[in-house]
Design a protein around this ligand. Structure first.
Ligand SMILES: CC(C)(COP(=O)(O)OP(=O)(O)OC[C@H]1O[C@@H](n2cnc3c(N)ncnc32)[C@H](O)[C@@H]1OP(=O)(O)O)[C@@H](O)C(=O)NCCC(=O)NCCS
Length: 182
């Protein structure tokens, strides 16, 4: 069952926008706050340069918008690979991770993608719960995939078959900026 629509997901004050070069400093701030082994600026700029599907979640804050999360996905050969999905710690448990994941599914479907893949640390219980709740299933593992404080950590490889997943619509109360060709 797909249960990606949280409380924030239905609010007008969160929107998804394409990540731009000008977002990278704020993205890195979120990345560093969220991960022990963060990506650096070069990695994000490379993702933008090669045309990966890069998105930011923006929360309305008065007349401004706060960048509260982001996601990076590559698409090719009928598959989408979620490379990064991250929410600023102060925004955790507001449905933003679920909204980002739903948005990636919409973008992937618009590209006629049949399957989404991702790696996740088994110790990352929040992320595993997010993905399993969204319908991802374990299809394997990669030994020593991640750096860890005491050496390396294996990755779980999860997949979502989009032909059977339920998220084939956008939330009409919170319009997505995804279009065919994104
Ligand atoms: C994983 C992450 C993206 C979740 O984002 P979030 O916005 O807090 O998640 P949501 O509020 O959308 O939660 C959606 C579901 O995820 C699961 N979940 C999220 N955080 C959880 C936690 N701390 N413990 C258990 N389950 C959790 C729940 O199933 C939740 O559904 P529920 O609220 O109905 O119980 C966020 O914790 C994060 O950015 N972590 C650091 C970066 C990271 O690890 N990214 C994933 C890399 S693979």
């Amino acid at each position: 069952m797909n249960r990606l629509a949280g409380p924030v997901a239905r609010r007008q004050d969160l929107r998804m926008a394409r990540m731009r070069d000008g977002d990278v400093a704020a993205v890195i701030a979120v990345e560093h706050a969220a991960y022990d082994f963060p990506w650096n600026e070069r990695v994000f700029k490379d993702c933008l340069r090669v045309g990966y599907s890069c998105w930011v979640a923006q929360a309305a804050h008065g007349s401004d918008r706060d960048l509260c999360g982001f996601a990076v996905m590559s698409i090719g050969a009928g598959e989408a690979h979620v490379l990064n999905l991250c929410v600023a710690p102060q925004w955790h448990r507001h449905g933003i991770g679920a909204r980002l994941l739903t948005h990636l599914q919409v973008v992937a479907r618009n590209h006629r993608v049949e399957r989404m893949l991702l790696e996740v640390r088994p110790s990352n219980l929040a992320a595993v719960a997010l993905y399993i709740g969204a319908g991802f299933v374990r299809i394997g593992e990669r030994k020593g995939y991640y750096p860890a404080a005491d050496g390396r950590e294996d990755a779980l490889v999860l997949a979502l078959d989009l032909a059977f997943a339920g998220a084939n619509e956008t939330d009409v109360s919170a319009p997505s900026t995804a279009r065919l060709g994104d």
